[in-house]
Design a protein around this ligand. Structure first.
Ligand code: HEM
Length: 422
């Protein structure tokens, strides 16, 4: 059977099930064929996957926007990301015990607004500009590292995964000596469905990863309360709401969201962005000839990769979308990769175009939860490719790239490349 006829025999039901199947996310073709079919045939699609509480898969750009805009109706709590029914139940139980992760993405107004404001100053353009020289220095360090690796490396594992983590450590004000520990913890937390990164298979073991994060950050909070410094970690540790400091879990949760949200997302974009350039050598030439296209190229890489695969919302009242009634209490899954390939919004969406303009991608979400680190992510991706491209002679694949199997945040876990670099 040819690949084409396989795509044609995919049923809408199978396409819907792909939304809850981590392995489908690691298979680009199956994944995008499924999403395209859903956009066409069933854009508000009921998914009843074994082991999961049923949800609605939302695959059109316009509908993702509509739901994000309607944040008083569609809440992040209690199920902000897709997990198995068993995992959802365990999280509920932990929440009742007061020991569940409660980050910005778990919250709604009024708490969300107040808590988001604590970190928001640190992500404003002025603060980001101040961080830029450090980001550029780190980008240069990793391009130098590619030279040291002698013309061949696994770019995903040896370069892309490290650079953004160093940026995050700098933002938080943490020592570089904590690098290995943070790398392992973020991979265990976000690569949770992929066998390679799993610490264990049980939900208890997955939750243990979270508790390890908490323990690490508890120490950091105490340290910054005793000795405040001029960094994001101090701003979080010493924040006051109605005169009271944040409790231990809220403080640790804040660190966790910054450390995790800011790491794998950007790594995946840099690795996936390089892969896209290798596959489209004409686009590398275009960028070399017109370096001023870089900001557009960065957003095209972010659209192309869309490293955050989904967030979920739960309806607080019945809601009609495209003639389908989403019932109060139902969860909806916002499929960002699908929105970012929507034929009604993007001209030739499967073309990688470093000059794409306009590019109304939703990779950073939209509205009140819009990615706090979007400006930083753009600076990082831009700095990296601005350091790399002028020094790059040739580059090609040296093996088969592999993607991580996860329904949440992911991209390439292996990108073997061969290159010449000055
Ligand atoms: C939230 C994507 C990098 C911090 C989000 C959301 C998305 C996203 C889709 C949820 C938005 C929504 O619900 O509407 C990305 C992508 C990145 C990236 C694609 C890289 C290319 C970063 C970085 C940081 C960061 C570098 C910080 C250092 C956050 C935080 C939130 C968030 C704190 C929660 C915001 C809230 O709920 O109010 N991000 N992100 N992200 N991101 Fe990012």
């Amino acid at each position: 059977m040819t690949e084409e006829s396989e795509a044609m025999t995919l049923t809408v039901e199978e396409a819907g099930l792909a939304l809850a199947d981590p392995k489908a996310y690691a298979d680009d073709r199956r994944f995008h064929d499924s999403l395209a079919l859903l956009r066409r045939e069933s854009p508000v699609h009921r998914v009843e996957a074994p082991g999961y509480t049923p949800f609605w898969g939302i695959t059109k750009h316009e509908d993702v926007l509509e739901i994000e805009r309607n944040h008083p109706i569609f809440l992040n709590a209690p199920r902000p990301v897709l997990g198995t029914a068993e995992f959802d139940a365990l999280n509920r139980q932990r929440a009742e015990q007061g020991i569940a992760l409660r980050t910005l993405v778990h919250m709604d107004d009024p708490d969300h607004r107040v808590i988001r404001a604590i970190g928001a100053d640190w992500f404003r353009p002025r603060a980001m500009r101040a961080l830029e020289p450090r980001v550029r220095e780190l980008a240069r360090r990793y391009v130098d590292r590619m030279v040291d690796l002698g013309g061949e490396c696994d770019f995903a594992q040896e370069i892309a995964v490290h650079f953004p983590l160093y940026v995050i450590l700098s933002l938080l004000g943490l020592p570089e000596s904590d690098f290995d520990r943070m790398l392992k913890l973020t991979q265990e937390l976000f690569g949770g469905d992929d066998d390679e990164f799993q610490r264990g298979t049980t939900n208890e073991e997955k939750l243990q990863v979270l508790l390890d994060f908490f323990a690490y950050f508890q120490g950091l909070t105490e340290e910054r309360r005793k000795h405040p410094t001029d960094d994001l970690a101090s701003a979080i540790a010493n924040a006051r709401i109605d005169g009271e400091p944040l409790n231990g879990f809220d403080t640790a949760s804040y660190y966790v969201i910054v450390a995790t949200a800011g790491h794998d997302t950007t790594s995946a974009t840099i690795a996936g962005g390089l892969h896209a350039l290798i596959e489209h050598p004409d686009q590398i030439e275009r960028l070399r000839a017109k370096p001023e296209l870089m900001p557009l190229a960065v957003d095209e890489m972010i659209r192309w990769v869309t490293p955050v695969k989904e967030f979920m919302r739960t309806a607080t009242e019945d809601y009609d979308l495209r003639g389908v009634t989403i019932r109060e209490g139902d969860a909806v899954l916002l499929s960002y990769p699908s929105a970012n390939r929507d034929e009604d919004v993007f001209d030739d969406p499967f073309r990688f175009d470093v000059g794409r303009d306009p590019n109304r991608h939703l990779a950073f979400g939209f509205g009140v939860h819009y990615c706090l680190g979007a400006a930083l992510a753009r600076i990082e991706v831009r700095a990296f490719f601005e350091e790399l491209l002028p020094r790059l002679g040739s580059i090609e694949l040296a093996g088969t790239p592999e993607s991580i199997a996860t329904t949440f945040v992911g991209g390439l876990k292996r990108l073997p490349v061969r290159y010449s670099l000055a």
